[in-house]
Ligand binder design. Structure first.
Ligand code: SAM
Length: 190
């Protein structure tokens, strides 16, 4: 990665090199409209680390939100890697594009993730998917997994019921996701 790339932590900035440079401003902008669902640091560190292990990798994120969960894998990606991030709410995604839009490795798509997965079913294959909305997690899981390369990685956030979920939200115990041949881990509650 070249020195001085805008998404990198500036030398001497006092920020940890292990944290995306735009993360704090993204989180500050998220707080203003009351967005309470950004990816936690301890969660984001995983896609960042895994993305770093796939130079030139092709990554996809479903549920951009305000972009915290986009900033993390982008932080780990090398210059040859690319990330497509899909979000249905343009206002929420605007926070992400305001901070990460200048990173030409990242493409933001404003669309429903279920429609996006359906449209791309016969298309590009990805090395890693990070899913933080219902499609690709509780809906269209098989279609999303079919988009992954052999050996591709699937990371899913918030499988445990969250306070922010609406009453009609499905949870892992009521879907077939446990039947998938994937390894699952959960972080301890803070
Ligand atoms: C838990 S938040 C994701 C937060 C994100 N990881 C971040 O760090 O900001 C879920 C996001 O998915 C979006 N979303 C929900 N359903 C969606 C759908 N069907 N298609 C696309 N985006 C969706 C919501 O608008 C919300 O921004």
């Amino acid at each position: 990665m070249s020195a001085g790339a805008p998404w990198m932590t500036a030398p001497g900035s006092g920020q940890s090199a292990s944290r995306p440079v735009f993360l704090d401003t993204i989180l500050a902008d998220a707080a203003a409209p009351g967005f309470v669902m950004p990816c936690e640091d301890r969660t984001g560190a995983l896609p960042a680390t895994l993305a770093a292990g796939k130079p030139g990798g092709r990554f996809v994120g479903l549920g951009t939100g305000v972009g915290a969960g986009t900033a993390w894998p982008a932080h780990g990606m090398d210059l040859g890697a690319s990330l497509t991030s899909v979000e249905r709410d343009p206002k929420t995604q605007a926070v992400a594009t305001a901070h990460l839009g200048q990173d030409n490795r990242v493409t933001f798509v404003q669309d429903g993730a279920d429609q996006w997965v359906a449209r791309n079913r016969a298309g590009s294959l990805f090395d890693l998917a990070y899913v933080d909305c219902r499609p690709g997690k509780f809906l269209r899981l098989a279609d999303l997994l079919a988009l992954l390369e052999p050996g591709g990685l699937y990371i899913v956030d918030d499988l445990l019921p969250q306070d922010t979920w609406p009453a009609d939200h499905p949870n892992a115990s009521t879907t077939s996701s446990h039947a998938c041949p994937i390894f699952s881990t959960s972080l301890p509650h803070s």
